[in-house]
Design a protein around this ligand. Structure first.
Ligand SMILES: CC(C)(COP(=O)(O)OP(=O)(O)OC[C@H]1O[C@@H](n2cnc3c(N)ncnc32)[C@H](O)[C@@H]1OP(=O)(O)O)[C@@H](O)C(=O)NCCC(=O)NCCS
Length: 174
């Protein structure tokens, strides 16, 4: 569990499906994600797979973002340690659209990236996003991630081939 002033990041619980559905069934929220708006079945399957995948040798930290004041599930933030020997982590995040623009996800990302560098000994954390995804780009810039490059036609999103923009931050810069 990771805590900040407004947020608690915790592991998924088996009853989180309905709250996850409320966030990830929204078309605009998943506009630049590689998946379609999620169904109830998708959310239940996703959470069940996460619960099964946890062990002592865990390398993927996909966490529920909840509000400290009332425990409400408002999104997800994740860090996948891709290459343990290279100490490299990939980051993702998604927040309930009604809460965009309040700096909540930067607060969540700051917690998880700090955990990755301090507790997991990562050297680098990166994220990949669509170059049209202004919210994700602004979040990365605000937290000091460096815009490292754009790969052409590297992703396939909502029926079209799209470029991928990469941002990264090193432990020495965090
Ligand atoms: C990206 C995301 C997590 C940002 O979270 P957040 O808590 O709103 O972050 P911030 O409050 O710092 O806002 C970041 C930027 O989002 C944009 N934004 C804020 N409110 C917005 C709104 N109501 N509608 C559209 N964009 C908005 C702004 O560009 C803002 O930058 P600014 O502060 O310089 O104006 C959130 O927009 C989201 O969940 N998007 C959908 C999922 C997604 O695209 N994830 C990333 C995949 S790589």
């Amino acid at each position: 569990m990771l805590k900040s002033e407004r947020l608690v990041l915790r592991d998924f619980e088996s009853h989180d499906g309905a709250a996850m559905l409320a966030v990830e069934s929204d078309q605009e929220t998943v506009r630049y994600q590689s998946f379609e708006p999620r169904t109830a079945g998708d959310c239940d399957t996703y959470i069940a797979r996460d619960l099964r995948g946890r062990g002592d040798d865990r390398t993927c930290f996909d966490l529920a973002v909840t509000l400290a004041e009332n425990g409400r599930f408002v999104g997800r933030v994740g860090l996948d340690i891709k290459l343990p020997e290279a100490s490299l982590g990939e980051l993702w995040f998604i927040l309930d659209r009604s809460l965009w623009g309040q700096g909540l996800m930067p607060e969540a990302v700051r917690l998880l990236v700090t955990f990755g560098f301090q507790e997991k000994g990562l050297h680098r954390v990166f994220l990949e996003c669509d170059p049209r995804n202004r919210g994700a780009i602004r979040l990365a810039e605000k937290l000091g991630f460096v815009r490292e490059g754009q790969l052409r036609a590297h992703a396939f999103i909502k029926g079209e081939s799209c470029d991928s923009l990469f941002f990264g931050v090193l432990a020495t810069e965090w």
